[in-house]
Design a binder for this molecule. Structure first.
Ligand SMILES: Nc1nc2c(c(=O)[nH]1)N[C@H]1C(S)=C(S)[C@@H](COP(=O)(O)O)O[C@H]1N2
Ligand SMILES: [Mo]
Length: 247
């Protein structure tokens, strides 16, 4: 977990106060009385908010219905031009050579053999036209095709009782999702965008698409996948974005 000062949480604190006030007529002052925490103190505030966010993750996981599908759209509704986003500018997207790219697999799986692009293309493929929703306040409709993650997890003999599936990317980005979402039928390891191999900026050669979650939970340029019971966090998640982040 990275170090964050309580000042970074001022918007969250205000939202939290508003929510407590609206939902249960509790003020932040009352929360202070209840928890015995002085919410002016940075470290304590951080700990209370992190604990609440992790509690929130567990509630969202309980409410998640593995059979509810995200809305799908017609090809005519695809957003053109399609927007790019990353923690860097478009020109800095990693250039990856398809020939020596390999997908590493580790953790609670039976088969840790690395995967080539050709082998991934031999697996059953699925296509979806869904909406990607970014926490920064924009959304876009795109078409992604590839291997359903649950199919991939089956092939590598993943222990699907494990809690998390984690992803490491070529650009230092990383993220992780709960197993129920990993097994959701629309969670796809995408190889194609609008019928062609993923362009560099949109995650070549492999990205995750999770239409039941916010956009930052769809890592691009995946280099490694692992199955674990140890909370893996993520690039934005470790900076305070809610980990579950259903959309
Ligand atoms: N490897 C990597 N994956 C990433 C990111 C990133 O910076 N690096 N940004 C995330 C965020 S915040 C968004 S909104 C989407 C943007 O995907 P797009 O470029 O296809 O619109 O990628 C997600 N996956
Ligand atoms: Mo995003």
């Amino acid at each position: 977990m990275s170090k964050i000062s309580s000042r970074d949480f001022q918007p969250q604190l205000r939202r939290l106060e508003r929510r407590l006030f609206l939902r249960s007529s509790l003020s932040l002052g009352a929360l202070t009385l209840l928890t015995g925490c002085n919410l002016q103190d940075g470290d304590t505030t951080d700990r209370v908010l992190w604990a609440m966010s992790r509690f929130n993750d567990r509630m969202q996981a309980l409410l998640f219905n593995p059979n509810t599908l995200a809305p799908t759209y017609a090809a005519s509704e695809i957003t053109r031009p399609y927007p790019f986003n990353a923690f860097y500018g478009e020109d800095d997207a990693p250039e990856i050579d398809a020939a020596d790219w390999k997908l590493e697999v580790s953790g609670m799986v039976q088969d840790r053999t690395a995967w080539t692009l050709d082998r991934l293309r031999e697996l059953p493929q699925e296509s979806q036209i869904t909406r990607h929703i970014c926490i920064e306040g924009w959304s876009a409709i795109g078409q992604w095709s590839g291997v359903p993650l649950r199919e991939f997890l089956k092939r590598v003999g993943a222990d699907t009782r494990a809690r998390y599936v984690g992803f490491k990317c070529a650009d230092r980005y990383y993220s992780s999702i709960d197993m129920a979402t990993a097994l959701h039928p629309q969670t796809v390891l995408a190889l194609d965008f609008i019928g062609r191999p993923l362009p560099t900026e949109f995650g070549f050669p492999l990205r995750l698409r999770v239409p039941t979650k916010l956009g930052f939970k769809s890592p691009k340029h995946i280099a490694a996948i692992f199955v674990t019971n140890d909370y893996p966090g993520g690039y934005w998640e470790d900076q305070g974005y809610n980990w579950f982040s259903g959309s």
